[in-house]
Design a protein around this ligand. Structure first.
Ligand SMILES: *[C@@H]1O[C@H](CO)[C@@H](O)[C@H](O)[C@H]1NC(C)=O
Ligand SMILES: *[C@@H]1O[C@H](CO)[C@@H](O)[C@H](O)[C@H]1NC(C)=O
Ligand SMILES: *[C@@H]1O[C@H](CO)[C@@H](O)[C@H](O)[C@H]1NC(C)=O
Ligand SMILES: *[C@@H]1O[C@H](CO)[C@@H](O)[C@H](O)[C@H]1NC(C)=O
Ligand SMILES: *[C@@H]1O[C@H](CO)[C@@H](O)[C@H](O)[C@H]1NC(C)=O
Ligand SMILES: *[C@@H]1O[C@H](CO)[C@@H](O)[C@H](O)[C@H]1NC(C)=O
Ligand SMILES: *[C@@H]1O[C@H](CO)[C@@H](O)[C@H](O)[C@H]1NC(C)=O
Length: 527
């Protein structure tokens, strides 16, 4: 259940939209089915009327020297265009379907007077004070949102709602530019800009009197909070019976470290680090959160952002553990010349040097060898501005060395749910009695996707339960080694509840019974 959203509005919400609407000085006109001679500048109406097709393709029946029954709802001047203004005015007014014109016509598009607009068709009746009256026969193409929605509310196709003032500018600072094809395009682009928010999932067992862990989940570039919510499956109370989850929408659907975004790209004004800090303050003030168990996971650009948080001097302490999938770990090294398997430093576009505030940051990374977006082998030049993206083993090993662990790993071949894919787990930290504190899953043949059989049937594994177990296992860094194969032999580890778990090279997908869920909840309450 999503019961809370946190919004941060970086752009002022545009309640007015600018549109340049040029008055047509010589309206085009097409008379069919008999010309209404009263439009030719004759002083005295003399013909019963005709059919007029206006600039937007709307068809009108026009009668000279006649008024209409029913009341007018507004009247507008003619801008010296005589009766032609009335057609245009009516096109601009939401709901306008008829008008009567009282005034002069001094040429094909000139004259002055007033247009009395109506929202309903009227019956004609003779009145020589009225120059002519018109009823709409069929609608034209409304010019969206201007001039048709001038002064009213326009709902764009993306659901955003705008108050439109045609021919006006808005005050304030311009934060971004672009060239969408039309105003609805500008609205869509602007709406994406202001959508920096989170959907916060409140677990079934959430209790104001007990501290819940908090997981941040960051989607891939161009994806939304809803995408990562569906991909991970962390709303499933079997997979996640403990944690409040904040699914985060990045500003313009991206996160810092993507070179095209911030800090160097088109959204250089966006401070994602500040956003996350503000979010943590907000959520921990709104909910009872175990601040020792704040975690980050994410996919692709969202995975890369986990890397940025892990490299941050203070957020590396705020977050207890990180679990990126298919991470886009852009370095800030200019693309073109360096080898992704040896590039140094393995920094981020946000941090000139990766300087975590501690030397025991738990990291779990999943990556497919067939990842066609963020190559497992790295990329020499990716993004704009181009950056070196390290190979995944190099990125993992750099974390291992940065934190002072031995470069050797404990390799386990695990059962895959897909016969065409192999799952190989590399665990580091065993030399320090912290085996698995840095863990990498190499998924052979897997692509650039979050592994979850429920959302992608070809998935080699379901990442979320593994992520959950990792988070709990590595929350308490003073805990004695949870799994040391040299002591326990293959396939034994102690889970975060202190229970011995067994496996023999096979992947265990933890699906706790209701009773176990309650136990886990109990463990959290007493943590
Ligand atoms: C958190 O943010 C929401 C939405 O922006 C706001 O309504 C709420 O008051 C904030 N809570 C706290 C404790 O700051
Ligand atoms: C004709 O229209 C004018 C303007 O609306 C109005 O003042 C006048 O009373 C009308 N005359 C008749 C005969 O209806
Ligand atoms: C929009 O409406 C406002 C207020 O009625 C008016 O001043 C302005 O001229 C209109 N703009 C256009 C382009 O018609
Ligand atoms: C990243 O590289 C760019 C260009 O080389 C440089 O201007 C910027 O300061 C660097 N950022 C950091 C955080 O080092
Ligand atoms: C783990 O160790 C094995 C054996 O030395 C090696 O082949 C493999 O590349 C290592 N994995 C990583 C991610 O470093
Ligand atoms: C990758 O998939 C192909 C078939 O598409 C299969 O032949 C190959 O053995 C697979 N490789 C691994 C490492 O699973
Ligand atoms: C961490 O583990 C140690 C050793 O098992 C234990 O004494 C301590 O209470 C644990 N701390 C938390 C916050 O769970």
């Amino acid at each position: 259940m999503t019961i809370h959203s946190f919004w941060r509005r970086l752009a002022a919400l545009a309640v007015s939209a600018t549109a340049v609407y040029a008055q047509t000085s010589t309206p085009s006109r097409t008379w069919t089915g008999g010309v209404a001679t009263c439009t030719n500048g004759l002083a005295t109406p003399s013909s019963p009327g005709g059919t007029y097709s206006d600039n937007y393709g709307a068809l009108w029946n026009v009668e000279c020297g006649q008024d209409l029954t029913g009341a007018a709802y507004t009247n507008l001047g003619t801008n010296n265009q005589g009766i032609y203004s009335c057609f245009q005015n009516c096109d601009r007014l939401v709901g306008c379907t008829a008008f009567a014109y009282i005034g002069t016509v001094t040429g094909v598009s000139s004259g002055s007077g007033h247009c009395y607009h109506r929202t309903q068709a009227g019956s004609y009746y003779l009145n020589n004070t009225v120059y002519a009256a018109a009823n709409l026969i069929s609608n034209g193409t409304p010019q969206l949102p201007c001039p048709y929605y001038n002064g009213t509310t326009f709902t764009n196709s993306d659901g955003s709602v705008w108050q439109v003032f045609c021919g006006f500018d808005v005050s304030g600072t311009t934060i971004s530019g672009g060239s969408p094809a039309d105003m609805p395009g500008c609205m869509t682009a602007c709406n994406a800009l202001i959508l920096e928010y989170v959907d916060i999932y409140i677990l079934e067992f959430y209790n104001i009197n007990s501290a819940s862990p908090l997981i941040f989940a960051f989607p891939g570039n161009g994806e939304t909070a809803t995408n990562i919510e569906g991909e991970t499956g962390l709303d499933d109370s079997i997979v996640n019976p403990y944690a409040v989850v904040a699914y985060v929408n990045g500003y313009a659907l991206g996160f810092a470290s993507n070179p095209a975004y911030s800090p160097q790209g088109q959204y250089s004004f966006v401070d994602d680090i500040g956003f996350i800090q503000a979010l943590i303050t907000n959520i921990t003030s709104s909910y009872c959160i175990d601040t020792g168990r704040i975690f980050a996971t994410g996919h692709s650009n969202g995975g890369g952002f986990c890397g940025v948080l892990a490299c941050h001097p203070t957020l590396s302490n705020t977050f207890a553990a990180f679990a990126p999938n298919s991470g886009a770990f852009y370095t800030n090294n200019t693309g073109g010349s360096q080898d992704p398997t040896t590039v140094e430093p393995v920094n981020t576009p946000v941090e000139a040097l990766c300087l975590p505030g501690r030397n025991n940051v738990p990291i779990l990374e999943f990556h497919g060898t067939n990842d066609g977006t963020i190559s497992y082998l790295g990329t020499g030049n990716r993004g704009s501005p181009g950056k070196v993206v390290p190979s995944i083993p190099h990125w993992v090993q750099d974390w291992v060395l940065r934190q002072g662990y031995d470069s050797t790993n404990y390799t386990t071949s695990l059962t895959s749910l897909n016969v065409y894919m192999q799952v190989t787990r590399y665990q580091f930290g065993g030399d320090a009695g912290q085996l698995g504190i840095i863990t990498h899953y190499m998924l052979s043949n897997w692509t650039h996707n979050w592994p979850n059989p429920a959302s992608t049937s070809s998935s080699p594994l379901n990442a979320a339960p593994i992520v959950m177990d990792f988070f709990y296992r590595w929350t308490n860094t003073t805990r004695p080694p949870t799994y040391n194969p040299l002591e326990h032999g293959l396939g034994v580890f102690v889970d975060f509840l202190g229970n011995i778990q067994y496996y023999d090279g096979f992947l265990i997908v933890i699906q706790p019974s209701d009773e176990q869920q309650q136990l886990r909840q109990y463990a959290i309450i007493n943590a």
